[in-house]
Each structure stands twice: as C-alpha cells, then as structure tokens.
Design a protein around this ligand. Sequence first.
Ligand SMILES: [Zn+2]
Length: 655
Amino acid sequence: MDAKILLRVERELVAQHGESQRDRARLGLRQLAARWRAEDGDERDLAAFVTKNFLSDARALEETARRLEYALEMLDGHASEVAREIGRFQVLDEGPSRPIDGLLAALSPAAHINDDLFQGRVAFVALLNFPLSTLEQRLGAGRGWTREQWALARLVERFEHRLPAAVQQEIDRVSSAAEAYVDGYNIYCGRLAGAGFPQKLKLISHWGLRDEIRGQYGRRGALRRQQILARVMERIVRQELPAEVVNDSRLEWDVEKNLVRGPSGDGWRAAPREKDVRYHHLLSVFRALRKADPHFPGYPTHMDRAFARQREIPEARVRELLESVLTSSAARRVAGLVRQRLKRPLQAFDLWYPGFRPSAELDERALDALTRERYPTAQAFHADLPRLLGELGFAADTARYLGEHIVVDPARGAGHAYGAKRRDDKAHLRTRVSAQGMEYKGFNIAVHELGHNVEQVFSMSRIDHTLLEGVPNTGFTEAFAFLFQAHDLELLGQAAGSEQAESSDERAALRTLDRFWSTFEIAGVAILDMEIWHWMYAHPDATPAQLRQATVELAGRVWNRYYAPVLGVRDSVLPAIYSHIVAYGLYTPDYPLGYLITFQIEQHLKGRSLGVEMERMCRLGRLAPDVWMEQAVGKPLSSEPLLAATSAALDRLAR
Ligand SMILES: [Zn+2]
C-alpha cells in the first residue's frame, strides 16, 4: 500500500476524530494495511473502509469489543462442537471402525473461520482499532495490564497472521492421519515369545508398553519382561519390527532374534519390517506445518511458533529450564537411590522407575479388579464425578456444576480431554473402558484427563472474558492434570497405610523424588523432540529412512549426553518411542514444563484448598505464562523449587 495514501487517510481520520487520536489512527492503519491484500479491495476501498470503521469513542470501542468477543465464541464454539461430533466415530469406541470414520475426522469446520473473518473484513475492524502486542510487551508491560487490556491483546493477536485455509486443512489432514496411526499402534504382548505375558494382553505404543514396564517393578521375573518390552520399543524406533506384528495377534514374535512364527506350526522365519511408516507420518506433519512458515513473518519456523508464539516462552529459555534439571547434581543422587532400591545395575528403562510412587507397593491386578467393578462403563465413571471431585476438595455445588459440564465418552485410544470453546457447551472426557470394565491404568489416565476437563470448564464457562479462555499454554493444563492424577489412589480409597514410609514427611520426600525423576525422564524426550525438528528444518527433503537414521542418532546423542552419565548405560534410543513426537509437532516440552509448573502450584497449595485455588487460577485465563504464574503462585516459572525440594528430600531420606 502506498505510504502517501496511508498518510492522507491518517489526516482524514485526525480531522474527523481529533489530534488526540493521531497515534492510534497511525498504528491501526499500519496494522490493517500490512494484512490487506489486493483481493480485499483497492486503495479507495481501503480508505472508505477505514473512514467508516475507525472508532474513537470509548463506548463504541467497548461495545465493538464485546460483540467481537461474543461472535468469536459462537464461531469457535460451534465449529469445535461440530468437529468433535463428526470426529467421534474415529475416536470413540462405539462400534466397529469404518473407512468413513477417518474421512469425517479429517474434516475441519474451523479451518476457514479466520479466512472468512478476513474476507468478511471483521478482522480488519479489530486490526484498525486495537493494538497488536509483541511477546516482549506481554511479558513486560503485560504485568500491569487490566483484564480488558489482556482480552483485547488476545482479540487482535488472532489476526496477526493470515493463514490460508488450504494450509490449515493440510495440517489437520496429516495430523489426523498421524494420530490415527499412533492411536491404533498396538502390540500383542501375549504373543511375545518367552515373555510370559497373559495371552490376551494387547498394549498401545508407547503409553501401554511404558506403563507395563512401570507396572512390572517388584514382580517375579520382571527384569526379563521389562527388557523384552524395551527391546520392542527399540525395534519400533528403529523400524525393525515385522510389519505383521503391529495390531495383529496371529503371529508369535521372538523380539530378540526378530523372527516370527505362524499359528500353523511352521517354523520361525524372518518377516518384512515396518517400512519407516512412523517417520513417513512425522515428515508429513513437518511438511504440512512448514507450509505455514511464509505466513508468519515474526515466527518463521514451527519451532518459533511452538515456543515464542504458542507457549510464549522462548525456546532458549525452555532448553535452559530442561537442562537445569537434566544436568543437576540431584539427578545422580536420585539415580543412586534407585540403584540401591533395585539392588542391580540400572537399565535404560529405569527412567520409568515408579518406585517412589505410593502405587509401587500395590498390587495392580487387585486395583484392576477394583476399578473394573466400580466402572463397568464410561457412564459409571461419569456418575461418580461429583464424589471424586468432592474428595479432591471441591465444594459440593462446584462438584455438581463440574459434573454437569463434563461428558464422559468411551475412547478407542488411551484417552484424552476435549474442552469446549463456548460457555454453554460441555467438556468431554474420553477414556478407555474394555469389555471387562475400566482397568486401573485407564482409571489413572481418566483422573488425569479429568484434571484437564475441570481446568477447561473453569477457564471457559466461568471466566470473565471468553477472549481469555484457557490457560497460558498446554504445560499449564498438564499441570492440573498431573495434580489430579497424583491423587488417583486416594480416590480409590487406597492411599492410607499403603506405603512403607514411616512418616508423612518421608512420604512427601518420596513424592518429590518421583516428581523429579519424571521430570528428568521427560526432559530428555523434549530436547530430543526439539533436535529432531531442527534436523528436519536443516534437511527439508529428507526421506523417511533418513529421518529414521537421524532420529536414532539424535536419540543416542541426547542419551549419552544426559542419561548415560547418570544411569551408566550408553546408546539407548528409548526417548524416541514417544508417540507425541510422531503426531503432535513439538508437544513433548509441555510435559516437563507442566511438571515444573505443577510443582510450583503444589508448593503454593500447601495448606490451601485445591478446589478454591484451582478455580481462582483457572479463571486467570490465557495470560502470558510468567504473568499467570506470578498472579497464581507469586513467582515466575522456574526449576529452582523442584531442585531445592529434591535435594532436601534426598537429605531427609538419608537421615
Ligand atoms: Zn494431559
């Protein structure tokens, strides 16, 4: 757009609205003109549009903001509801899968909304009248902003970038395919030769396999079964496993020799490997996301968008936080304690050692029996929500309100939480319930998802501004999910007296070590995820086979740098097993960030009510992370409290 024309329009606006509006007019014009395309109209159209839509009256501005807020809630809320309902056949366990399911799930009713808002010029009204902010401003001056200022910042931020619908649809399509791939990736563990798993045991990678490794600790013959499962994971990462053993119970598989045997009594044979399908999906996700690059001038890579834009924590700061945990002196001390407790040299999979958790001394089969009986169906879990929430510390009327705003659905996958985007819609809790009822692992995940749902309901349906709906980033919603998950045994009436710990401060010390060990474990996965993305950007034309090779190498490097010195095992690739790496485009850093946030929130909650405080925090909404933390717990995000508490816990246990 010609600078002279902009200057002329600016003069007209000043003549019409007064000298006091000059700065606003200039800024608004600049914001609008930078996003106005030829197809939006010529210079005369622009000038006429600006003259008609620039507002200076405070009341007119306020009412316009409110109308936009309501309209966006309706658009996003209903689109999200439609997406959820047409996607249900793929994700819900309500009958056999049909080919149509994936096609319906891949449709995205929301993909066009922002395009339409630009085409219909609604976006230009926002850009003309409300100022865009930078991340630096939000993290700096944002500390002193009013709720209204934050809401307006979020309103206009949405129109900072103009992503074509075709690009978004491509992202949704490949992401949905990658999700379907990981959600349907089961290994029939009963068919693993020499492992001795129950014949029918079918586990999803990586969640189920990892949790089975965790569940094995303390059982007779555990080490061998754990080693076999870890070997399965390694073969998945390296894509060496026979393609035929994925989701298929017919073949017996000797994991070590990598041979299979059919049911008809013929001998062991080699079978064609799964041909880098895993990496094909990851590359598709990468290529689709990369197509968005030119549309985000301030955030030219997916890494920039994932960290500076979505998380609002710069990548360098995230890396620094993660490394502070990975290279802490506490890591070696905790590993020493794990070795001492296991009475054997550590193995790579001991990163998943759950022995500091109260559940470690419980019999999981007994817990399965308990949850199966209590929750034969998803509805049974729903009916129990008010009680579960009451025990977590929510007042009876709040617990009832939450129960009414959360729908429980039976999931095909491991489970997830699907929040509403409209005040009057409901959050959905998707949980896996087998024909025999809900297993303990499923319950544990369901309680985690419930934490997400409660956060979603408070931050959507009970917030002052729907423009601020949500929490600063997914790390924060994970924090509430972890907070809930940590209470799962109490909710089954199993916590009291279940630990050998002598005193409550010893129990607290063990819990802290568990938090530390979980953060330590997932921090390396997050760094690996980041390195894989940097590698893909450096090698945009890589083949799936090259990406596989690079992943194996990067995993080994991350391992040898952070884990080998602590565990004494070299060259493992286990961190690369996480399915998120394949399907969710740099999601994994949210887990360690979530643990750190959880820890800070937990410290804050000591002596306070979870029910009251969680609602207060969630109703802060989507402020920038550090601003949220300061208002929620009084301090910015930091690993310091976790590291200090871990050292203190180690000292306490050494006494
Ligand atoms: Zn979660």
